[in-house]
Write a protein that binds this ligand. Structure first.
Ligand SMILES: CC(C)(COP(=O)(O)OP(=O)(O)OC[C@H]1O[C@@H](n2cnc3c(N)ncnc32)[C@H](O)[C@@H]1OP(=O)(O)O)[C@@H](O)C(=O)NCCC(=O)NCCS
Length: 184
């Protein structure tokens, strides 16, 4: 892939910042009326994808979602508020940060319930990876997120390398051909 051949715009953080609000209904909850963790992860993936699309202006796929702590429960009838922004763009990937709050509709109180970092990879309509515009952090907070995202990328890369080194060779499945091998 010839990355140097592409001239891409540089985007600010505010160009891709996204927000989503969801009213939590019984279908989203467990038997105690608390929001299901998997449903929350789905909302996080959606709001993060919005920011990634707005930054890349092409198709994007979720490559990974980092560790998430569910800090406090969300109850049926609460409003869930999710905000996302691109923390840093690399070559074909971007780190998106998501912060989630709950608003109690009766008391009007807000509480932070979860945060997550996701990596999206930009692809074209044929599924080929494509370079993304670079991000220009402007405020002190945006610059801090930018630096932190660089450190997290190094950690992720170390973890990916470790997993690849530990992975045993895949056993051949009956009736299939391994890449690079011919069937006998
Ligand atoms: C994500 C995906 C495109 C990466 O493809 P790949 O062949 O492993 O690509 P590479 O190793 O060349 O990496 C491409 C970029 O993705 C990043 N990347 C790859 N795997 C990653 C991971 N697990 N976490 C974070 N970043 C990752 C690389 O750092 C690289 O970034 P850069 O171009 O900015 O330097 C591929 O694994 C894929 O298509 N996965 C399925 C995506 C999907 O379906 N998501 C929905 C989940 S249900």
């Amino acid at each position: 892939m010839d990355f140097a051949a592409h001239s891409l715009p540089v985007r600010s953080v505010s160009e891709s910042q996204s927000e989503m609000t969801e009213l939590i209904l019984p279908n989203d909850t467990n038997t105690l009326g608390n929001l299901l963790g998997g449903r929350l992860m789905h909302f996080i993936d959606l709001v993060a994808a919005m920011a990634a699309y707005r930054h890349a202006r092409t198709h994007v796929v979720t490559a990974s979602m980092d560790h998430i702590d569910f800090i406090a429960p969300v109850h049926v009838g609460d409003l869930l508020i999710l905000k996302s922004s691109v923390n840093r763009a690399f070559r074909t990937s971007m780190e998106v940060g998501v912060k989630v709050w709950v608003e109690n509709t009766i008391a009007g109180m807000h509480r932070h319930v979860a945060s997550a970092y996701l990596t999206f990879v930009a692809i074209d309509s044929q599924g080929r990876r494509v370079p993304v515009p670079q991000l220009l952090p402007e405020t002190g907070e945006e610059k801090r997120h930018f630096e932190d995202a660089g450190r997290r990328r190094e950690q992720r890369q170390r973890e990916l390398d470790r997993k690849r080194a530990m992975k045993p060779a895949e056993p051949a499945v009956e009736g299939t051909v391994r890449p690079g091998k011919t069937r006998e």
